[in-house]
Design a protein around this ligand. Structure first.
Ligand SMILES: Nc1nc2c(ncn2[C@@H]2O[C@H](COP(=O)(O)OP(=O)(O)OP(=O)(O)O)[C@@H](O)[C@H]2O)c(=O)[nH]1
Ligand SMILES: [Mg+2]
Length: 437
């Protein structure tokens, strides 16, 4: 198959399918402006300076029929998103208009753009590296504040700069070792090599350490609400949501199946899962609900373990406390027990809810400062893990062999930026893009 050619003029609708106030058709490639010229009634696009808007009409050059009134935006190579001559036609956002404009473009020399092909061209033309292209995708897909911030940091080349700096250090070190191999009498101390390798390894490890938070910030987290029947799980879910989603009754065993509710907590996309109260039961339906609850707790990023403080304290559940946040419910009622390890909340009065939200946010994202670079992309995580292994090996190897490991670590790092990656890797990255981006 191979990567699509850079020579063709590509065109696509860049706005989402369906009706909108404005629709955008994008065109890119050498000859784009000459192509637009054929269907444009207004100022000659081939003579417009880059980055300029003009108002006119889009026509079918064969019949002369006016398709729509439109704005035309012209970009000139290399000062465009793709690095090539490009244009955007902003028409009225009806599917009928957009389809017709696209059809006419195809009839006069453009071909349909593949998913992500505009960004692929940007990458192949050196307008951005692969990590930035991936950040573009994340930004387009961002559904939460945390995801948006995270993607924007990737786009602004923070990661690229960091990886670039680490690579440069390794590269210099490699040259140093090479010089020593060629002229051993010049003398490089192995200690010196270790002293320079270690900070790089530490950096790689601290980047890797951000991966769990990074993943949660961009993809979201599952938070399970578990506890004994009547603990107030469904009530808390409703209180967090702000409306009555789950059925609440004074009867223990009300919730039997689980129930998922998407929400945002401190900008983090969270799916809260209300579960059946955990107890021994002979009821077949409830029993399988309890089994599910335990499984959901096991797979969740965070478990909220709820215990009613107006009733005798239940025995601790079979849950790993590390991922568990303990919550004392019904804080508006007189307490039967008190425990510092439990966060008091009342779903009825709302007391403690904000503190709970903050604590959930802290548990999910850790203490990592806002604005710090987080790794969220699986491909980056995998490459960093390989770099870590090779750097560790380089530290342990005799000097004459360390060079080889450093080289492999360098290779792994450069893959993040898309240097020396196979077409297959590139294809895999761009496969997930939408058409028109
Ligand atoms: N006073 C008070 N009552 C509460 C509070 N939260 C829940 N309750 C009551 O406790 C009872 C059980 O609440 P649910 O939310 O259904 O409890 P649950 O944990 O989902 O129960 P199951 O689905 O049976 O496992 C209901 O009568 C609620 O009104 C609270 O914050 N304060
Ligand atoms: Mg319930």
């Amino acid at each position: 198959m191979g990567l699509p050619s850079l020579q063709d003029i590509i065109a696509a609708i860049a706005t989402p399918p369906g009706r909108g106030a404005v629709g955008i058709v994008r065109v890119s490639g050498a000859g784009s402006l000459e192509l637009i010229q054929k269907l444009w009634r207004g100022k000659d696009p081939t003579r417009l300076p880059g980055g300029r808007f003009t108002f006119g009409k889009v026509c079918d050059p064969q019949s002369g029929e006016v398709l729509d009134e439109a704005l035309l935006l012209v970009f000139r190579a290399p000062h465009s998103y793709t690095g090539q001559d490009s244009a955007e036609l902003q028409t009225h956002g009806s599917p009928a208009v957009l389809r017709r404009v696209l059809q006419v473009l195809f009839q006069h020399g453009a071909r349909p753009a593949q998913p992500g092909e505009f960004t692929l061209r940007a990458y192949l033309n050196g307008r951005m590296d692969l990590a930035q292209a991936e950040a573009v995708l994340s930004l387009v897909e961002a559904e939460s504040e945390a995801a948006r911030r995270q993607a924007l940091r990737g786009l602004s080349a923070g990661l690229s700069r960091k990886i670039g700096a680490l690579s440069e250090e390794l590269f210099n070190l490699l040259a140093h070792i090479q010089a020593w191999l060629d002229y051993p009498e010049e003398g490089v101390e192995p200690v010196e090599v270790a002293a320079r390798l270690e900070p790089v390894l530490t950096e790689v490890r601290s980047l890797l350490a951000t991966a769990p938070a990074g993943r949660i910030a961009s993809k979201g987290a599952r938070v399970a609400l578990v506890g004994a029947p009547n603990a107030g799980k469904s009530s808390l879910l409703n209180a967090l949501l702000g409306y009555e989603r789950a059925i609440v009754t004074p009867i223990p065993g009300t919730t039997r199946d689980y129930l998922e509710a998407p929400m945002e907590i401190g900008g983090v996309p969270v799916v809260a899962v209300d579960t059946a109260g955990i107890r021994q039961t002979e009821d077949l339906v409830e029993k399988s609900g309890v089994e599910r609850a335990l499984r959901i707790a096991q797979e969740a990023d965070l478990v909220l373990y709820l215990a009613d403080q107006s009733q005798p304290k239940p025995p601790p559940p079979p849950l790993p406390w590390a991922r568990t946040l303990r919550v004392a419910t019904k804080a508006d009622l007189p307490p039967v027990w008190q425990d510092e390890a439990f966060l008091p909340v009342s779903s009825h009065t709302g007391a403690g809810l904000e503190a709970l939200r903050q604590e959930v946010h802290r548990r999910l994202l850790g203490e990592a400062p806002e604005g710090e670079l987080w790794i969220s992309n699986e491909r980056h995580v995998e490459a960093l893990q390989r770099a870590e292994v090779h750097l560790q090996a380089a530290l342990e190897a005799p000097l004459d062999l360390a060079g080889l490991s450093i080289e492999m670590a360098l290779e792994a790092l450069s893959e993040i930026l898309g240097k020396n990656v196979s077409e297959e890797v590139i294809e895999r990255v761009f496969r997930n893009f939408c058409v028109g981006k």
